[in-house]
Design a protein around this ligand. Structure first.
Ligand code: TYM
Length: 329
């Protein structure tokens, strides 16, 4: 069985980009593979630090992960801060990575440029090395992620290869597994930027836990393009193309068939249909997550059980890493 690992940050509500870019694949892979999924709360500290906020968001995220179909009996779902080995291996990765290669990470450049270099935190800079530790601790074969994580996975592979060459075979060199269909879902208001929790406008982000009314409103006021033809053309019609991707990914109807179905109908009808597909798709997920959140103790118990399983694997890799580094036992 292949070992699969992937993680998500509790930095805000889960949105459709996370769902199509990652979670769908997490759920469909859980019965074929040995899967580990982390809620990376320490990563979230790079952007949020109000007391309690990350904790609340961690529980909400856990409820959504179980509600979309991750089954705690087969998938190991854990919280990063419950397993100290992540920070411990993270430091070793920082000592392995070059300042130059870390400086080339586009996510760091984008995020630090937004707030200005002076306010960017050191943790934002070292973030990819902690991410490498998340992956390598579990000796993962595959890491299913959206397109935006490609560079971090490449860095992880480089660090694993470098460590193995210097200190002996220690880590499996993982492969990224980038989901094609939902690899990049764009913001509804700015259809050339990815849908993101840190996006400027909440109006462009479809959240799984939003009310049906709120999501319908967002879709109906999504930015569209000149013309009135429902046609997939990412260059000329990024807004309509994004909505076609969303409809197709959730309904299973091909983009070509959607183009035929809405031929001559105009944007209004098409947006109404997208809204219906999204709202009906999210409805049972939202209901299930709200139910899970009513019993917080049970939810936390599930996370502790996940951490107990993850800790065994992570500690064993860390001990072997220390040994291969030649640290005194
Ligand atoms: P995060 O929390 O931003 O996103 C979680 C997953 O959702 C995908 N994703 C998207 N896919 C398509 N379109 C979008 N608009 C979109 N937005 C997000 C992301 O690609 C990701 O797969 N650095 C990671 C978290 C992380 C991690 C790891 C991932 C930490 N350690 C180890 C994998 C393995 C991140 O910020 O994801």
């Amino acid at each position: 069985m292949a070992r699969v690992l992937s993680c998500i940050q509790p930095t805000g509500p889960v949105h459709l980009g996370n769902y199509l870019g990652a979670l769908v694949n997490w759920v469909s892979g859980q019965n074929r593979n040995d899967v580990f999924h982390g809620i990376v709360d320490l990563h979230a500290l790079t952007v949020t630090d109000k007391p309690g906020v990350i904790g609340d968001q961690t529980l909400q995220l856990a409820a959504v992960l179980f509600a979309v179909g991750l089954d705690p009996k087969v998938a190991t779902v854990f919280v990063q801060s419950h397993i100290p080995a992540h920070s411990q291996l993270g430091w070793i990765m920082e000592c392995l990575a070059g300042f130059g290669e870390a400086s080339r990470m586009t996510q760091f450049k984008d995020k630090s440029a937004k707030g200005g270099a002076d306010t960017a935190r050191v943790g934002l800079f070292t973030y990819p090395m902690l991410q490498a530790a998340d992956i390598l601790l579990y000796q993962a074969h595959y890491v299913p992620v959206g397109e935006d994580q490609r560079q971090h996975i490449e860095l992880t592979r480089d660090l694993a290869t470098r460590f193995n060459a210097r200190f002996g075979e220690t880590f499996r060199v993982p492969e990224g597994h980038i989901l094609k269909a939902g690899a990049k879902i764009y913001d509804l208001q700015e259809p050339t930027s990815k849908m993101s929790k840190s996006s400027g406008s909440a109006a462009g982000v479809l959240e799984l836990m939003d009310t049906p009314e709120a999501n319908t409103k967002k879709i109906k006021s999504a930015a569209t393009d000149a013309g009135r033809e429902v046609k997939f053309d990412e260059k000329e019609k990024p807004g309509i193309s994004n909505l076609l991707t969303i409809h197709s990914s959730l309904s299973g109807t091909s983009i070509a068939n959607l183009e035929k179905e809405f031929d001559g109908k105009g944007y209004g009808d098409f947006k109404g249909a997208v809204a219906e597909v999204v709202v009906e798709y999210f409805r049972p997920i939202r209901a299930q997550a709200l139910e899970l959140l009513e019993d917080e103790k049970h939810l936390i118990d599930l996370l502790h059980e996940g951490a107990d399983k993850a800790r065994v694997v992570a500690s064993s890799t860390l001990q072997n890493t220390y040994k291969n580094l030649g640290l005194v036992k």
